[in-house]
Design a protein around this ligand. Sequence first.
Ligand SMILES: [Fe+2]
Length: 413
Amino acid sequence: MKQIINTIIFIPILLLVYCSTPTREIKPLLARKPYLQCALKDSLTILWRTDTGTVCKVAYKPAAHGEWKSVEGNVRLTNTGVTENEVVLRDLEPNTPYRYKILTNDIDLLPDDTLWFRSPVSQKDSVFSFFAVGDIGEPIEEGGTPDLLAKALEPSVSSMNFGLLLGDIIYPDGKSEAYDSNLFNHFGSIFPYLPVFTVLGNHDWHEPENNYLKEWKLPHNEYYYSFDYGQAHFIGMDSKNGDFHEYEKQVEWLKSDLEAAQGNATWIIIFLHHNGKSCTYKEDYNNVMALYPLFEQYNVDLVLNGHAHTYERLNPMNGTGEVIPEYIGSSQVYHTPKGFISITVGSGGKLRGIGTDSKPFTPDPENCRHKDLVARAAHLWAFLKISVNGKQLKGESFATEDLHLVDEFTIHK
Ligand SMILES: [Fe+2]
C-alpha cells in the first residue's frame, strides 16, 4: 500500500519537473558549422545547422572595441530533417573585423572557436579581393578534391573579402544530402569566416526540387541577382543547362541591371556557370554568346564561369565575340581596356583526366577552334583570386596543389 502511495506522489512530481524544464536546456548538437551569406553593404547573414533547436542568436562585436550585442534569428526544419538557424546582422561598421558566437537554445555551440568575419567594405572603399572557382563538390571517393581546394584557400582567408562559387557546387546531382559530405565538411576553415555568393550549375539543377535554394541564402530571387561591393558591381546568373533559367526574363533583368550600374561602378563583373566561346572540351554556349553585345554595350569587365574542369583565360573580346586585334597574343597587362575578359575556372575539385574521369584531356590553345582566342590555359586544379584597388584590377590564378602562380593579369582603367 505504501509503495502505491509513493508511486502516486512520485509520478506527478517527475512530470512537473520534466514539463517545467525549459526547452532551451536541451543541448542541441551542431550539424553544420556556420557559413556566411549576403555580405551586402552593412549586413551579413549567418547560417548554421543543429540537430534540434527552437531559438537561435548570434552574439557579435567589433574585434577591437565595443560591447557584445546579440540578435535573434529564425529556425526552421530543413528538407534533410535538421534545424537551420539563420541570423541577419545589420548596421555593421564597414570593413571591420568582428568576433561572433552562434547560440541555439542559448547554448554557445562553438565556445572554443574564435569565430570572426570582416564586414563588407563601404561603397567608398576601393580595395578588396575575392576568390572565384567552380565545379567543387565531387566526392573524395570519386576522385574529387574539395579538401585540397579548402586547404589552398586557407592562407588567404584573412586577406580576402568573399568568394564566388561558379556552379556545379555539388556532384553528381546537387542533392541536399550531399552538401555536408561533399562541401561543408571540408570548408570548416573557410566558410565560417569568408562569405560566399553562389550560382547554379547544370549538376545543381538535377534535383527537381532544387535543393540548391534550400542550402544557400542569396539576394533577389536567388537564381540570378546582383550586388555592389566597394566600387564594383557583381551580377550572378543562372545558366541552368546552358539554356538558362527563364532566359528572356533573365536577359531583360540583366539589361536593366546593367543599365542602372552605368556610371555608378568602376568594375562590372558577371559570374555564371557556362562558358560562351572557349577552347576547352566543352561546347560554345549560344545563350552566353548571345549576351556578348550587352557585355560590350554596358562595359562589362570580367565574365567568370566554371563548367569545363580546367583553367582558361581568353583575350578581350568585343560584342561580336572577336578578339580585339590589339590584344591578340598573351597579354598580361591591359591599359584603358576595351571589351571584356572571359575566364573559365572550373578547376575546383573535379579534374577531367585525373581521378575517375577516364579520358585524359590536354587543352591545346594552338589547335583551338577559335584562332587567337586564348591568352592562357592550364589543365590543373586552380582557383582565381581577384584583387581590386581603385582603378586597378589584378587577377592571379593559383594551383591548388602547391599554390604556384598559374596566370596573372592586370587591368588599369
Ligand atoms: Fe557544369
